[in-house]
Design a protein around this ligand. Structure first.
Ligand code: NAP
Length: 424
């Protein structure tokens, strides 16, 4: 298993919110797999930079790319690139101590923050902004983020959905949590959760309990008078941003009210009514989905942000599978689903791989896998092994324990390698 970072677990480490420690316990399953004979971790090695697709092909019978979707989707509205307007993915990676984003900065002196999107990432961002210092101090949030959030002057956090509550992409435990924050009131406008006939019919017809539970949660929030907590989380529906305004940096977000109309496939689509409203915003997070950028040398469907594939088999061209090369996860199906969704997704890929092996269509690599090590050595790459990672893991946990936190993360590559090589 290769990882461009010295640390494993991808989004479990760099994406799952720090106040959701329980979700991170899935790493125990990965650790069990990693303890199997024959498993090797080669961390701090970036495929496409330190090793090419061809080199991997030459050394392994099969390669599975599970590189995720590291970039973000744009909104396409004027002012999107003003200072203070950020992709939510950047903020998430920053507060989780991802080395590529540790140097980012966010102006938390703003009192009003607008988050565009109604998915679980938007909920994570809103929740981290709304948490009290006491709550965050018990997590493994990056130390610089804890310090910056301690000075935060954020009071009003607006989460903006372009469609209604039936179409919201968040799951129920996530939105429910917004109503149970010690330091923030959840505010929902009753008129914005009234259902249009199409959405009411869709809600009545579905056996998706998430919709039913979300509606119950939002109705309870709308019925509740704010308790006067220091911060407010405003969950707003049927609004699309049309412009992000400001002279040198963001100051406002202009929104247009939408109505829902049935699309050709029966899906409810947002249609602008022309009625607008402007919110003050010192900071804007665009949380409208991640986007895959692929791997140099491999095909990419740039529009969808996925590597074209058939049941996990990479397609060099339509109907032309690349022997022994596969994909799994977000780079295979797009950036959707929770951690558990990746299990059946991976099973499908591995079944394709095993079927190809049984059919004898896997290529025979010219060089063995040890050739990879020689190659990396010749390129002077400091490969981080599983034992190295375990050492880092222990150090992070010990540093955290001293502060009553689950771990204190290393947030830059230099300090990780220095801790391993004894120069820290
Ligand atoms: P997501 O679930 O796809 O949500 C994207 C949101 O952005 C939707 O509400 C979508 O609205 C909205 N949107 C898209 N384009 C827009 C536009 N142009 N203007 C306004 N709104 C727009 O994506 P995500 O939140 O990035 O999450 C990615 C995946 O990770 C999801 O499957 C999520 O459940 C998962 N995740 C799970 C957890 C957890 O389990 N706690 C935490 C984080 C992430 P429309 O529906 O109208 O398109």
């Amino acid at each position: 298993m290769f990882d461009r970072l010295p640390t494993p677990y991808g989004l479990v480490r760099g994406g799952v919110a720090p106040d959701h420690q329980k979700i991170k316990s899935v790493t125990k399953v990965y650790d069990r797999l990693a303890s199997q004979p024959g498993f090797r971790f080669l961390g701090n090695v970036e495929v496409g930079r330190d090793l090419s697709r061809e080199e991997l092909r030459r050394c392994y019978d099969a390669v599975i790319y599970a590189v995720g979707a590291p970039s973000d989707r744009a909104l396409g509205v004027p002012g999107e690139d003003l200072a203070g307007s950020h992709p939510a993915t950047e903020f998430v990676a920053w507060y989780n101590g991802h080395p590529d984003f540790a140097g980012c900065s966010f102006d938390l002196s703003a009192e009003s923050v607008v988050v565009i999107g109604m998915g679980n990432v938007a909920v994570d961002v809103v929740r981290v902004l709304a948490r009290t210092q006491e709550e965050l101090a018990k997590t493994d949030i990056a130390p610089y983020a804890l310090e910056a959030l301690a000075k935060s002057r954020v009071k009003d956090i607006w989460m903006i959905g372009r469609r209604g509550p039936v179409q919201a992409a968040f799951t129920n435990p996530e939105v429910k949590e917004l109503g149970e924050m010690p330091g923030a009131d959840a505010v929902v406008r009753p008129d914005e959760i009234e259902l249009d006939p199409g959405s009411a019919a869709a809600a009545a017809a579905t056996d998706d309990h998430t919709i039913e539970r979300n509606l119950a949660t939002l109705r309870a929030m709308a019925a509740q008078a704010p308790a006067g907590k220091p911060k407010r989380v405003h969950i707003r529906f049927l609004l699309s941003p049309t412009a992000i305004g400001g002279k040198d940096r963001v100051e406002t977000v202009t929104l247009v009210r939408n109505r829902l109309v049935a699309g050709a496939t029966g899906d409810m689509k947002a249609e602008p009514t022309g009625e607008t409203e402007t919110l003050p915003a010192g900071l804007v997070f665009r949380s409208v989905g991640y986007k895959g950028t692929g791997v140099p040398g491999l095909p990419l469907d740039a529009k969808r942000g996925v590597i074209p594939n058939d049941a996990g088999r990479i397609l060099d061209a339509p109907g032309q599978p690349a022997p022994g090369e596969y994909v799994a996860g977000w780079i295979k199906r797009g950036p959707s689903g929770v951690i558990g969704t990746n299990k059946p997704d991976s099973v499908e890929t591995v079944e394709s791989l095993l079927a190809d092996r049984a059919a004898g269509t896997l290529p025979s690599p010219a060089a063995g896998r040890d050739a990879i090590e020689a190659l990396l050595k010749s390129r002077k790459i400091r490969v981080v092994s599983w034992d190295d990672w375990k050492k880092l893991d222990e150090i992070e946990k010990a540093r955290g324990a001293a502060l009553g936190r689950p771990r204190l993360k290393f947030c830059d590559l230099g300090s990780m390698i220095a801790a391993l090589d004894g120069t820290a």
